[in-house]
Design a protein around this ligand. Structure first.
Ligand code: NJP
Length: 291
């Protein structure tokens, strides 16, 4: 889609982190915005900022794991702007724990927010796009979807799902004027990465980290140039991914030596320790109350 000015984009996860940068970048291109997430006051602040850039925006408080809320989001966008030209599925959650230490509901929540919501929202906006013969879906995946890091089973699986979903969409609908892109960042210096920084952890030198503007620029470029698969990472990731495809054993060896999953292991350790501490405290409180 060459000219974004005056068109409408729905951006999920627009209340904080990368989503705010995506909203700004699309507003800079003159797009009107439908801002979705659960935190209304944060969304209102983003709305005020992008309106200051001369575009129109609405806030639609949405829990994307709620099916009815997804329908309401699409209805609100259509009733305000008439049509949805671009959908950016950015909302995402992660829970880095050892898989067996996760609660069932945490696994379910990642599946719902990271994969089911983008698939359902796409399903809801596609008919309108096909009718107009134009539209673009952008899915924010992750390097974790390209190669599943240790201690990130549901996250990696949902992000890999988004990559496959996007490839299929491109194959099915590009001839009808509707396209799709998947953006796979490595670590990005905002949002989820803040906990990594707070604990003084460092990503492997092979992976590094990127500024959030790199992701928002990649989103704009993917829409304007119709790019299918964009990696945002300073390290030699395509080379590594090529190695993974051709010689997975060698890739595993390099990953281990370069400690690619080390940050995930440390985060999992810290969180599991915190959680078992919290459980102990609750147990002690209960014992005091009952006895
Ligand atoms: O995360 P964060 P990022 N319903 O936590 C929203 C991917 N990524 O910006 O509902 C609706 O700051 C939440 O809003 P709220 C990552 O997988 C990141 O880092 O108000 N919205 C907030 O706006 C994700 O797909 C890195 O709490 C829900 C947003 O989602 C995307 O980038 C690396 C929701 C999350 O903001 C943005 O992540 C990478 C729900 N149920 C991929 N639950 C990175 N930062 O390093 C959450 O490879 N949200």
């Amino acid at each position: 889609m060459k000219n974004l000015k005056g068109r409408t984009a729905v951006v999920t996860g627009a209340s904080k982190g990368i989503g705010v940068y995506i909203a700004r970048a699309l507003a800079k291109k003159g797009m009107n915005l439908v801002l979705a997430a659960r935190s209304q006051s944060e969304l209102e602040a983003v709305k005020a900022e992008v309106e200051g850039m001369g575009v129109k925006a609405i806030v639609v408080p949405t829990d994307v794991s709620d099916k009815a809320a997804l329908r309401s989001l699409v209805d609100a966008a259509k009733s305000e702007f008439g049509a949805i030209d671009v959908l950016v599925n950015n909302a995402g959650i992660e829970s880095i724990f050892r898989y067996h230490a996760l609660e069932f509901e945490e696994i379910e929540a990642m599946l719902n927010v990271n994969l089911r919501a983008p698939m359902m929202l796409t399903w809801l906006v596609l008919p309108g796009m096909l009718e107009r013969g134009e539209g673009h879906i952008v899915n924010i995946s992750s390097m974790a979807g390209k190669v599943g890091p240790a201690f990130s089973e549901p996250y990696g699986a949902t992000k890999a799902g988004l990559i496959g979903f996007t490839q299929s969409l491109r194959g099915s609908y590009r001839d009808a004027g509707v396209s799709a892109s998947v953006i796979s960042p490595g670590w990005v210096e905002t949002g989820m990465y803040e906990e990594v920084e707070r604990h003084g952890l460092k990503p492997s030198v092979l992976v590094g980290s990127s500024k959030p503007e790199k992701v928002s620029q990649a989103v704009v470029k993917a829409i304007e140039k119709d790019l299918g698969d964009v990696i945002v990472n300073p390290g030699p990731m395509r080379l590594l991914l090529g190695t993974n495809a051709m010689a997975p054993g060698l890739f595993e060896w390099v990953s281990k030596r370069m400690k690619i999953s080390e940050v995930f292991r440390k985060l999992a350790d810290m969180r599991e320790k915190e959680r078992s501490g919290a459980k102990e405290e609750t147990k002690e409180e209960e014992e005091v109350v009952s006895g």
